[in-house]
Design a protein around this ligand. Structure first.
Ligand code: MG
Ligand code: FE
Length: 172
């Protein structure tokens, strides 16, 4: 790098990236809703987190609005991960429920890493009023990550049972 960034600039970039990340979260969750007839627990969990994510975006907007306009200009370019999620079809086919569950868990952990770093930058540049808002977002991601992990055995058992006895190997 030939240029140096102030902590303030790094914070502004981080906020814009977090905003794009949350938009990505919505577009990742949205196509999974209403397609989980066999997995109502997962459906409820995702619906709840969708609404939570909308509030997270409002918190980021609030922080960005308190900064100068050039810092708050949003790009929402999106992230490179999980781009294929939005392109999914209308029904859950095969082991998509498992793959989606892994991707959801991976995404929450990406968010946890982002907010952990962003809170540190906020502290470094003296953005003290932003810290509690970012902390709220972080705690919601941590709760969601834990719930997703806890749900994996149940989802997996249900997946195996719905797959029927045809797929069960008798030789093992
Ligand atoms: Mg989020
Ligand atoms: Fe999240």
């Amino acid at each position: 790098m030939t240029t140096t960034q102030s902590a303030q600039e790094i914070f502004a970039d981080g906020l814009r990236n977090a905003h794009a990340m949350e938009k990505q979260a919505l577009s990742m969750i949205q196509p999974q809703l209403n397609r989980l007839e066999h997995y109502p627990e997962v459906s409820e969990m995702l619906e709840r987190h969708y609404r939570e994510t909308e509030v997270q975006i409002q918190r980021l907007d609030e922080i960005l609005a308190s900064m100068d306009t050039s810092a708050s200009a949003l790009k929402d370019l999106g992230l490179s991960i999980s781009g294929s999620m939005a392109a999914m079809g209308h029904t859950i086919a095969g082991d998509e429920i498992l793959k989606n569950s892994f991707a959801n868990f991976a995404f929450e952990n990406f968010e946890i890493a982002s907010y952990t770093s962003l809170i540190t930058v906020a502290e470094l540049c003296g953005a003290t009023s932003a810290v509690p808002l970012l902390q709220q977002n972080l705690e919601e991601e941590q709760r969601m990550a834990t719930m997703l992990q806890d749900s994996l055995p149940l989802i997996t058992r249900k997946f195996v049972s719905l797959s029927g006895s045809d797929n069960v190997r008798a030789d093992i």
